[in-house]
Design a protein around this ligand. Structure first.
Ligand code: ADE
Ligand code: ZN
Length: 338
């Protein structure tokens, strides 16, 4: 596999494991797709749209995130969205990416599952050749919609032999515990799919426990509120259960007051298998390299800490062993040069 064309020097090559492809929809692309598809936008101009990127909590972000998706109509739109992400991510050092997508958010708007999956799969295939980025798709289910709908969507994805590596669970967390989705996770397990879930972003540590015990997840997305339960922290550390932490997202959604107040140093100190990710970079002020850079500046972390985080991202990924070995070697080479 070729190296990405623009290898950065200040942040390491890495895997990105917590990235909602719809959260990479930049204002410029929103305007371009709205024009292409003849969709009126409820903003006076692009600056008016940008001024709305101030959030009080997860729900206030989700309202804008779902509204902006209205411009995604065709397979070509989904392919363009993902290609733009791969181009930007490769410039920031991402060498492997596992992309979340939200099928239900598009199905409810009348977009066909084949167009959603087909467009994203085209971009995934192209990313390897064009940018040297290996990647995989993870279908996320919306926890604030009925669990039976999630199960039906997974059945439809399986029936069309969709090229997904696994499933996830996202959207409004509070009041929507993981255990409500036991059925769709059991179906995923039977079907040989990998399982991850958002837990402990805004919801309690108990949701992290039920994601592990009831859903059988292999990674926890966010998991920051696990720190409220010391026994859970010991368990996560003992199992080296990966947590896909998204620092700039946590600040923008007010899960933490400032980056300096982020518990990441305490999480590392506790032996947790932390990875760094961007979540919804178009909305939260930065891609994954911006997250690494901000952490380095805030906590005074040098190349050794950044490389260790990048190695954890590779270990926690669903890439094959040969690809993981290539990525570890690229991180080692970066650290020697840094
Ligand atoms: N969907 C997109 N971004 C999300 C987040 N940070 N938490 C839950 N659901 C999401
Ligand atoms: Zn997320």
């Amino acid at each position: 596999m070729t190296d990405a064309p623009h290898a950065p020097t200040d942040t390491p090559p890495c895997a990105e494991l917590h990235l909602h492809i719809e959260g990479t929809l930049e204002p410029e692309l929103i305007y371009e797709l709205a024009e292409r598809n003849g969709i009126p936008l409820p903003y006076s101009d692009i600056d008016d749209l940008r001024r709305r990127y101030e959030f009080d909590d997860l729900q206030s972000f989700l309202d804008l995130y779902y509204a902006n998706m209205a411009v995604l109509r065709t397979a070509a739109d989904f392919a363009a969205l993902a290609r733009a992400y791969f181009a930007r991510a490769a410039r920031g050092g991402v060498r492997h990416a596992e992309l979340f997508f939200d099928p239900q958010a598009h199905l409810v708007r009348g977009v066909a599952l084949a167009d959603i999956v087909g467009g994203l799969a085209d971009a995934v295939r192209g990313a390897e050749a064009e940018f040297g980025v290996s990647s995989a798709l993870i279908a996320c289910f919306l926890r604030d919609r009925p669990a039976a709908e999630a199960t039906q969507v997974l059945r439809d994805l399986l029936a069309m032999d969709a090229p997904i590596v696994g499933i996830g669970l996202d959207s409004a967390e509070q009041g929507h515990p993981p255990e409500d989705f036991a059925e769709v996770y059991a179906l995923a397990a039977e079907s040989g799919l990998r399982r991850v879930a958002h837990a402990g972003e805004e919801g309690p540590a108990a949701y992290v426990r039920s994601a592990l015990d009831v859903l059988g997840v292999e990674r926890i997305d966010h998991g920051v509120r696990s720190l409220e339960d010391p026994a859970l922290v010991s368990r996560l550390a003992g199992e080296r259960m990966p947590l896909t932490v998204c620092p700039l997202s946590n600040v923008r959604l007010k899960g933490v007051a400032t980056l300096a107040a982020h518990p990441l140093p305490a999480m590392l100190e506790a032996g947790l298998a932390v990875t760094i990710n961007s979540d919804d970079p178009a909305y939260f002020g930065g891609y994954v390299d911006d997250n690494y850079r901000a952490l380095a500046a805030t906590f005074g972390w040098g190349p050794d800490v950044l490389a260790a985080l990048a190695h954890t991202s590779v270990d926690a990924s669903f890439a094959g062993e040969a690809r993981k070995a290539e990525l570890h070697a690229q991180i080692d080479a970066w650290e020697r040069r840094a």
